[in-house]
Design a protein around this ligand. Structure first.
Ligand code: ZN
Length: 314
């Protein structure tokens, strides 16, 4: 049953000015720089295309596997591998940003996908908050606040804690603040419009701000009241659905002892957030990213670990 082989992936590490050292020091990923912001754990995006690390597909890029062995992914229709899973270590706050939807990105960004994303908060400081949404009542007020640099009046700070889960639809103003470790599941897109960068200089100059694109794509008024789900204290050894949107489903799974799950997915992306154990006899631990291909069958997990799993809807 070689076609049911687990696809273990070699992550791609990214240096970012706002990144820290936790991905190297706590997760054991290999990277040189002093500011490593992102680990692209499951990605076929041209800016970071993961390679299979063992087995009969060893050495192949996920993009090539998706192109040439679509049966592993349930013969999904999407022309490009649709999802991207990353761990973000934000030592410093990120710029305030917004992403376009598919229609806007296709028209203005060379046919790229838009970006819907969601975050599971793996760690954050006490009494922390994220930027999610804004206070403008209409597009004129939005443009006015942006053009007059009144960003603190514009943005909405939402208190969050470790174990919260946040869905970020296209058009939602958002920013990760300092001290957060997040697992992000997103559409495979790298299109970001920077709304505001706190006046920071990078290499002596401010990074570009996408004022006009931001004003066009920000959802007004916003609808972020339901964005945060509390995912602490979920039952062990079962798939706990956190989100089902038009692009993906995302689950949290806490394994304690032995856990046997029926197979009811086109394929599954799996990331180990903490702990260690086995999946059908294969050792996995904090920081492992893998794909269970189509028709994989019953999954047997053992050990003590927290996982985030996802699958594509189209
Ligand atoms: Zn984003």
């Amino acid at each position: 049953m070689a076609e049911k082989e687990i696809l273990f992936l070699e992550p791609v590490l990214k240096e970012n000015v706002w990144g820290g050292r936790r991905l190297v020091e706590e997760f054991g990923y290999q990277a040189e720089g002093s500011a490593v912001g992102e680990c692209w754990g499951i990605s076929a995006h041209p800016h970071g295309d993961c390679v299979v690390s063992r087995g009969r597909f060893k050495g192949q890029h996920l993009s090539a596997l998706y192109r040439e062995h679509r049966e592993l992914f349930g013969n999904l229709k999407s022309p490009q591998f649709p999802l991207l899973v990353k761990i973000i270590d934000a030592k410093e706050k990120l710029s305030i940003q917004v992403h376009p939807d598919d229609a806007y990105a296709a028209e203005h960004e060379n046919g790229s996908l838009g970006k819907t994303e969601c975050w599971y908060i793996m760690d954050c400081p006490e009494n922390a908050s994220l930027v999610i949404g804004h206070h403008a009542k209409n597009r004129e007020e939005l443009a006015d606040l942006i053009h007059s640099d009144r960003y603190e009046d514009l943005i909405r700070h939402v208190p969050v804690k470790k174990g919260d889960f946040i869905q970020i639809n296209p058009g939602t103003v958002h920013a990760i603040t300092g001290g957060f470790l997040i697992l992000e599941t997103q559409q495979s897109s790298d299109i970001t419009y920077r709304v505001y960068d706190y006046g920071r200089l990078v290499d002596g100059k401010p990074r570009p701000i996408h004022v006009e694109q931001s004003i066009q794509v920000i959802r007004v008024p916003d609808d972020c009241e339901q964005a945060v789900t509390h995912a602490q204290n979920l039952p062990d050894n079962q798939m706990n659905l956190l989100e089902a949107c038009e692009y993906y489903k995302v689950w949290k799974l806490n394994v304690s002892g032995e856990c046997i799950l029926p197979w009811e997915y086109p394929f599954l992306l799996l990331s180990v957030l903490s702990g260690e154990g086995t999946i059908d006899g294969h050792s996995v631990s904090k920081g492992t990213h893998l794909i269970l291909p189509a028709e994989y069958g019953i999954i047997k997990l053992q050990g003590r670990m927290e996982l985030i799993l996802s699958t594509a809807v189209k």
